[in-house]
Design a protein around this ligand. Structure first.
Ligand code: 13P
Ligand code: SF4
Length: 364
């Protein structure tokens, strides 16, 4: 077997050269390859995806795929989910290993286990608490949920998953995104004072025993650095100018932004909703810029105006890491029989994580 092609040889390549090489490698690999692309990918990468979607749709695609190689143009936790849900002989690849998710990194297993142990001093965690991890989390946190009777959720099924979780036990420990947990809980009718924030590092998470006993949802203190840039005043200012505007936001946005939005939804739901809009309507969208720019271009000829919610540029810098150079590099290696940047979750961890993911997928 020849040595793997080096990324350094691709780093200075023009995008146009990479495009041609990506196409040639795809042709050579045929049905042995599937490229999955998240909606936040940049245009030069997104156009090469065989299948696109939000986290839930892409995890289903990964589970159903027959391809030998699943190249995930997204972030690390997505390629981990693809590895966990695919068959053992399938190979999941992340074109740039530095493409993580800063929100996912805000929770880790030692801190969550410490939280669980501290909570157990106040309540009977195993019988009273269902741990729920947002899919934006490392595989070992999904396996934590698997072994403690918990579950995974995404931004498109969070309400259904919380219903299931409350059907199991009276309380939920929700990590890492406090906003998705709070926004979903509130829409389900849970009052704000029954959703408390656990601050890792503080004794009892900075809460009193009474607050913990009363809480329905214990929220981790994580957030998305992209979605926290959208502010309620951005909506107010826009509505002053164009009062007829419909506002749609991702539920990772703050509580205040979500309260001022007419619709909330995952990236796939945002796309579906705006694509179904009447001509002549105007939309203010609170999610990542690459998605919004593509949607704006797509809807313009249909007479639907799409605007980005923030006056600042909010892009996901880790989603942006996947570029045509890295994609060309992994595909040309595959075409030469070399696997680079494989994401492989250790078997025991994968088994328990699969339990939590399968519980989620079983909810429809
Ligand atoms: P979706 O599942 O809505 O695509 O969200 C993924 C994500 O990372 C949003 O920040
Ligand atoms: Fe993570 Fe936020 Fe980027 Fe989504 S947009 S991948 S939550 S950092």
């Amino acid at each position: 077997m020849t040595a793997a092609l080096a990324i350094q040889d691709y780093a200075l390549m023009e995008d146009a050269d990479c495009e041609a090489r990506i196409e040639a490698a795809r042709e050579k690999l045929g049905e042995r390859l599937v490229i999955l692309g998240h909606h936040y990918q940049r245009d030069e990468v997104f156009r090469h995806a065989d299948l696109t979607g939000d986290s839930l749709k892409l995890s289903r695609e990964a589970a159903q795929s027959k391809a030998e190689y699943i190249v995930f143009c997204g972030v690390h936790f997505m390629a981990e989910v693809a590895d966990i849900l695919s068959r053992p002989e399938q190979i999941s690849i992340l074109p740039d290993l530095a493409a993580g998710c800063s929100m996912a990194d805000m929770a880790n297993l030692p801190k969550v286990e410490q939280c669980w142990n501290e909570l157990s001093r106040v309540i009977d965690v195993e019988n009273q608490v269902t741990p729920v991890t947002y899919i934006n989390s490392a595989a070992d946190l999904k396996s934590f949920c698997g072994r403690h009777g918990g579950i995974v959720c995404t931004s498109s099924n969070a309400a259904r998953i919380l219903e299931w979780s409350f059907g199991q036990r009276e309380k939920v420990l929700f990590f890492p995104d406090q906003h998705l947990g709070r926004n979903t809980g509130y829409e389900m009718g849970i009052p704000l004072d029954e959703m408390v924030v656990w601050q890792a590092g503080k004794p009892l998470g900075g809460l009193t025993a009474e607050q913990i006993r009363k809480a329905r949802i214990i929220l981790w203190e994580g957030f998305c650095s992209v979605h926290q840039m959208f502010r309620p005043e951005h909506i107010d200012r826009f509505l002053e100018r164009y009062p007829e505007t419909k506002v749609i936001s991702h539920p990772e946005c703050s509580f205040e932004v979500c309260r001022k939005s007419h619709y909330l939804g995952s990236t796939e739901t945002i796309l579906k909703t705006v694509r179904a809009a009447e001509p002549g309507t105007r939309w203010l969208v609170g999610t990542e810029l690459n998605l919004v720019n593509r949607l704006r271009q797509e809807m313009k000829p249909k007479g639907v105006e799409v605007h980005f919610m923030s006056p600042m540029v909010c892009m996901c810098s880790t989603m942006f890491r996947t570029d045509p150079q890295h994609l060309a590099w992994v595909l040309e290696n595959l075409a030469e029989g070399q696997v680079v940047n494989r994401i492989q979750v250790p078997e025991k961890e994968a088994g328990e994580a699969r339990l939590a993911l399968d519980r989620m997928l079983a909810q429809g």
